[in-house]
Design a protein around this ligand. Structure first.
Ligand SMILES: [Zn+2]
Length: 298
């Protein structure tokens, strides 16, 4: 464990206290890749992290959504899988999808809820949602958008929490916006514990060329080295702690069927997901690529 120097303390992109438990005992686990871990609760995060300007520029690159639009049918199947999973917990009522992208999930979900709403920070995604699905997404971060408290029955955060600088503030905001008995469904990558990360970590340690962009400690790539910038790398137990600290009760913990594929690849991805689902059901161990967790407001 290393205490921050005076120069580091002045760096606004350096995280000095754990966002989950507040501890200031931060371990620099992999300084070359900017990965730190809270000594107290095990939360892994980037520090120093890219500035807001760098993140904004990264996600404003031309054609950021064109790859998604090319995979439209496979993505339809993904959203239907997630919707089916969500509907096992809750149908009807008002739904809010935070970080809605260009609204593909809301497009499928609108038939099952009395009203749907979505927030999004990307202007290009908002305009695609308007033109393609006639959805009027709310622009900006949900913490800053004026919405009445206790106005939603279900809130979804699909691969959003790992991108935000203050996950704790976002979960508190969700708590405020949920009605009593309302549900919060979250999907995030399982970066730290997934078998795929372990394979990348071993590949890097063996010096194999295709694995050079991954951290030798976690098998995760540096922020921005892939198609995404992730600031947090959650495990299910850290996520559970975050939700419970915010006054929510976890009612379901499983795996997010996140794969986007067709044909033979779809069969292989489904089989790999099925294998991990059995492992999770039998032993409560999640070594799949993603985490799915649902919490209820008491
Ligand atoms: Zn902590």
């Amino acid at each position: 464990m290393i205490s921050p120097t005076a120069k580091e303390s002045a760096n606004p992109d350096l995280v000095l206290a754990c966002n989950i438990c507040g501890s200031e005992q931060i371990q620099k686990v992999d300084p070359e890749f900017n990965f730190c871990r809270c000594y107290s609760c095990g939360y892994v995060f980037d520090s120093p992290r890219p500035s807001f300007a760098q993140i904004s520029a990264f996600y404003s690159q031309v054609g950021k959504y064109s790859a998604w639009l090319k995979e439209e049918r496979a993505r339809d199947m993904l959203w239907k899988r997630r919707l089916k999973k969500l509907l096992q917990c809750r149908a009807a009522g008002r739904l809010l999808d935070i970080g809605a992208g260009y609204g593909q999930f809301l497009h499928h979900a609108r038939h099952f809820f009395s009203q749907v709403a979505g927030t999004e920070v990307s202007e290009s995604a908002i305009s695609i949602a308007r033109e393609k699905y006639s959805l009027a997404l709310l622009a900006g971060q949900v913490e800053e958008i004026q919405l009445p408290p206790q106005s939603f029955d279900t809130i979804t955060l699909f691969h959003v929490l790992e991108h935000v600088p203050d996950p704790c503030a976002l979960i508190h905001r969700c708590h405020t916006l949920l009605r009593p008995q309302g549900l919060l469904a979250i999907a995030v990558p399982n970066d730290v514990l997934a078998w795929t990360s372990r394979i990348k970590k071993i590949g890097k340690q063996l010096g194999l060329k295709p694995f050079q962009k991954f951290s030798p400690k976690f098998g995760i790539s540096r922020a921005g080295a892939s198609r995404e910038i992730h600031l947090s790398h959650f495990t299910a137990s850290v996520l559970r702690r975050l939700l419970e600290n915010s006054g929510l009760r976890v009612i379901e913990e499983s795996l997010d069927p996140y794969y986007v594929s067709r044909g033979v690849r779809l069969l292989l991805d489904s089989a790999y997901f099925g294998l991990h689902r059995i492992l999770h059901a039998a032993l409560k161990i999640n070594r799949y690529d993603t985490i799915w967790i649902v919490a209820r407001k008491p």
